[in-house]
Design a protein around this ligand. Sequence first.
Ligand code: SAM
Length: 277
Amino acid sequence: MQLWFSELQTPHMKISCRVKEVLHREKSPYQEIAVLDTYQFGRMLTLDDVIQTSERDEFVYHEMLVHLPLLTHRDPRRVLVIGGGDGGSVREVLKHPSVEQVVLAEIDERVVEVARCFLPTISCALHDPRVRLQIGDGIRHVQENPNTYDVILVDSTDPVGPAVGLFSADFYRSVHAALRPGGVFAAQTESPFFNQDLIKRVYQDVSAIFTAAGLYLAVVPTYPGGMWSFTIGAKDGALHGWSRERAAGLPTRYYSPELHEEAFTLPVFVKELLEKE
Ligand code: SAM
C-alpha cells in the first residue's frame, strides 16, 4: 500500500509526496500540526495540511530569509524572529557571531515542542543560551517593544488566521518603530506566480515606510510553484552596503556572497510586477 500526503497549493494545483510514516499528528489551539517522514524530502512539518519546511529543502528558505538582512545590518546584536517555531531561522541567525540575543516570537508553543522532538536538524539551535522564546502574537510583541531590535524577520505561515496581520501596513509601521536606528527588516512574501497582488502591496507598503526596500527570490521545491519571494526594508540606509567580509565566513549551502550581489536582479515579470502602477 502506498501512503501519499497532498497539499492543495492553489484551488487547481496539488503537490503530493509519498509518505513512509506519519510520525506525529495533533490539534493545537491554533492549527493541526503534523510531521511526516517522506521519501523525497525527509521529515516534513505541515500545519493545517500546508507544508512549512522539510529536512531536504529547508536550508534554502532559512538561509535566504536570514543572511541577506543580517549582512545588510552593520552590527546585528538583537534579532527578533516572528513565527519560525521550527527553529530553522534561529539556527541561521546564530551563525552570525555579533548576535547577542535572538527572540523567537511564536504564537503556537506546540510547533516549537514538536520541532524539538521530531526535527532535530532544524530546531538544533533553540537550546542556545542566546535564544529567548516568547510565546504569543508577534504583532503585539513588536507593538510593545519600540526601539529594541537591530533586525526583525517574519518567518510566518501564509496570510490566513493569526498570520493575516503580519502582511499589513500597520504591522510594518510597528516593525519600523521596533527597530533601532540602522535596523533591517525582512519577511517571506509568498509566490511571484500565485500571490502577485500581495507581493505588490507589501512591496509598496515597505517602500513607503522604510528608506530602502527590495525584493529577492529563492527556489524552494516544496512551496507553491517553487519560486519564493522575500521582501526586505532598511530603516536608514541602502541595501547595497552589506558586508562581503562577514558573508565569506558563513557556512551555507544556498546563500553565497556572489548570489547576494545579484539578489535584486529580478526576472522581467517580477520586476514589471513591482513597477506596475
Ligand atoms: N517557513 C514557513 C513557510 O513559509 O511556510 C513558515 C514556518 S513557521 C512554522 C510559521 C509559524 O508562524 C507557525 O508556527 C505559526 O504558528 C506562526 N505564526 C503565525 N501567525 C503568527 C503570529 N501572528 N505571531 C507569531 N507567530 C505566528
